[in-house]
Write a protein that binds this ligand. Sequence first.
Ligand SMILES: Cc1cc2nc3c(=O)[nH]c(=O)nc-3n(C[C@H](O)[C@H](O)[C@H](O)COP(=O)(O)OP(=O)(O)OC[C@H]3O[C@@H](n4cnc5c(N)ncnc54)[C@H](O)[C@@H]3O)c2cc1C
Length: 421
Amino acid sequence: MTGLPGVPPTSGQGEPVVVVGGGQGGFQLAVSLREAGHEGPITIVGDEPRLPYQRPPLSKEYLSGAVTADGVTLRTEQFFASRDITLALGAPVVEIDRVRREVVLGSGERLGYAHLVLATGARPRPLHVPGSDLAGVVSLRSLADAEALRVSLDGVARVVVIGGGFVGMEVAAAATRHGHAVTVVEGLDRPMARVVTPEVSDHVSGAHRASGTTILLNSAVRALRGSGGRVTAVELDTGELLPADLVVTGIGVLPNVELAEAAGLRTGNGVVVDERLVTSDPRISALGDCANYPSVHASGRRIRLESVQNAVDQARFVASRLAGDGQGRYSAVPWFWTHQHGSKVQMAGIPVLDGSHVVHGDVSAGRFSVFRFDRSGCLVTVESVNRAPDHMAARRLLAGDRRPTETDLVAAGYDLKALVA
Ligand SMILES: Cc1cc2nc3c(=O)[nH]c(=O)nc-3n(C[C@H](O)[C@H](O)[C@H](O)COP(=O)(O)OP(=O)(O)OC[C@H]3O[C@@H](n4cnc5c(N)ncnc54)[C@H](O)[C@@H]3O)c2cc1C
């Protein structure tokens, strides 16, 4: 067993591991830790009163009615019981007592840990404009939110989505398919601008507009107007009023760091961890949406990612480290996907804003990839629209020691699989 300096190994010593957060990352940590041979107690403490579930379908298949709440559940109760993983659900952790190495639940119960893993995720960023507390103004993070949104969609005609990020655009697609009149209000000059290139934004916007969605760009919301306590319109800073029966806000998320902060752990756009995902307390790790880590795929820059891949890969990494399979730094290639109006957009790598990019494929047919290079000319990101093989190959290429340059790609005729080989 090769323990890491400063981090106590836990496997085989019967020591308890407690995971705060029963989402994608907390679930994966518990399962992977048991699979890695950890013999001690593993407890997932989650504030939601449900078995761990997947969030991606909430804005896609669940909203469109293609899957039910059961369909998004990750595993049954029996699965956890069979692996001797204890679930404490509907149980918020309200305090971490680092001196006694215990977490305190809302009920007052205390749970001891040898190692604690924070997988507390994130919550929707609140919209701070007058009227944002009106009925009919909702956001989407949890299954409970999605259930409420689905019910709300049944009784309304005009939907305004504030924020043209991934979740906002996915909700807009689902609402349009429901037959609603949907308007997306985005502050920047194109949807999903912080992550994808203009070519991908254009493709996705085109699909939305062709389906009847109105997208207002460079637009800011000044207030939400209502009548009888219920929202009736969105007021833009130009004074324009957009009639609305339902307003969905999708303006990003805030990492859930308050627990860590109150315990004196280092925070700052997330719970700050090192390259092994250890917090400023060597007995506490953090992962997933709440973790701020230095990424080898961003030249060591600290980032915080919000994706299933990130939560799952970080959980596997921490589980393996806790089980004593000493590893160096966390280095999995980040990747992400979104589905909108029949288009599958996938991304691998961390985008750089000051680099260059090349488009390859058939843009008009909606089957193309965008290769993004950093200033030194090395490939850093591949965005694929309906080109899953490019995406798969990109993940392997970006995981390699030597990243191809644009010259390499041209020489290979942009055949990523050939470059992988
Ligand atoms: C609508 C939607 C669509 C998405 N679509 C995609 C997609 O297409 N592709 C993709 O890659 N990613 C997608 N994501 C993002 C992805 O779901 C998240 O990145 C992922 O769930 C992060 O996992 P996590 O474990 O870090 O956090 P979460 O899954 O959010 O889990 C954190 C859990 O911790 C709980 N918690 C917080 N504080 C406490 C406390 N004090 N005590 C106990 N429990 C606590 C929270 O309530 C939550 O249950 C989507 C997210 C949403 C909301």
